[in-house]
Design a protein around this ligand. Structure first.
Ligand code: CP
Length: 320
């Protein structure tokens, strides 16, 4: 693996999930791999889990870690080519990425969608510009359309917690008053479709009308607007809000009946509740669900360390 931008960079998903489980069992087994090497973690947006878990994973592998909040700690970066730079961006990505690539052996980047223009967001310009100019491996710490480190942690969590060979996994839309990106839902769908295609899960998506994911992310998933039918017999309920893709970035409904309660969980197969966090309690999911033994959200977040470690290990083991 050179870059880790999406599932397309993964050659063997089963092996990567197993590498995460191995890292969890033996965190310091590969500490030699990162010796005298440096990873730079660049954040255009806020983070708790991604920031800390990736730093911890890198340190477990012996890497030195540098972090930067882009635009706050550094100059604002211009991403467009051939522009007259007479605005508020003081540095071009060409120089910034090239320079950071000289200081670091790997760069991790978080840059969310701004939800103004769908074509711009789905072009993934920030990730591609870094990959083009940094000349070192790039790790996606959540981009405009994907959050693959989260999805790998989700796969690890499902693998650990499943009680049947082929669990029913349901991605359900949750209500929110703010427009949020589609990245986590897109990525989860992309990765669960891969797991479903390999026979490891049954995958269902449920959401209100108008919240269809982009076709390339929906893939072969079964989609239903009948939430009760989706929840029936589910082994995992994965909750997430996302704004509309078709009416790009809009909040079309805040229907509170889509928030997950214990009554909903009672319709499942003693199912587990998952959410990438942060989560707004009682807006998207009740206290009772989050505080119940059916909630996996803390273990899921803890597994972010092992997903990051599995990916960094793969990159360090296979230098170009
Ligand atoms: N799930 C997740 O990526 O959390 P942070 O936004 O806090 O990093």
């Amino acid at each position: 693996m050179h870059n880790f931008l999406s599932l397309a960079d993964v050659t063997d998903l089963d092996a990567l999930i197993q590498a995460g489980l191995n890292a969890k069992a033996s965190p310091f087994a590969d500490q030699h791999l990162g010796k005298n090497k440096t990873i730079g973690l660049l954040f255009f947006n806020s983070s708790l889990r991604t920031r800390l878990s990736t730093q911890k994973a890198a340190q477990n592998l012996g890497l030195n870690v540098m972090m930067m909040n882009v635009g706050q700690d550094s100059w604002g970066l211009e991403m467009e080519e051939g522009v007259l730079m007479n605005g508020d961006k003081a540095e071009h990505i060409r120089e910034a990425a090239a320079v950071m690539g000289r200081y670091c052996n790997i760069l991790g980047i978080r840059a969310f969608a701004d939800l103004k223009d769908r074509a711009t967001d789905y072009r993934e310009q920030v990730m591609h510009q870094f990959a083009r100019y940094a000349q070192v491996p790039i790790v996606n710490l959540e981009s405009a359309t994907r959050h693959p480190l989260q999805s790998l942690a989700d796969c690890i969590t499902i693998e650990e917690a499943k009680t049947v060979a082929r669990p029913k996994v349901v991605l359900t839309w949750l209500p929110h008053f703010k427009p949020l990106p589609q990245a986590v839902a897109n990525s989860f769908s992309e990765w669960m479709n891969a797991r479903a295609n390999a026979g490891h899960v049954e995958f269902v998506i449920t959401h209100p009308e108008g919240y269809d994911l982009a076709p390339e992310f929906k893939g072969n998933a079964r989609v239903t607007h009948n939430r009760a039918e989706a929840f029936a017999g589910a082994d995992f309920i994965y909750g997430k809000n996302w704004s509309s893709y078709t009416h790009y970035g809009q909040v079309l409904t805040q229907d509170s009946t889509w928030a997950v309660t214990m009554d909903d969980m009672a319709e499942t197969n003693n199912g587990k509740f998952m959410h990438c966090l942060p989560v707004r309690r009682n807006l998207k999911v009740s206290d009772a669900v989050l505080d119940s033994p059916q909630s996996l959200v803390i273990e899921q977040a803890a597994n972010r360390e092992w997903s990051a470690q599995a990916v960094l290990r793969e990159i360090l083991k296979n230098p170009r």
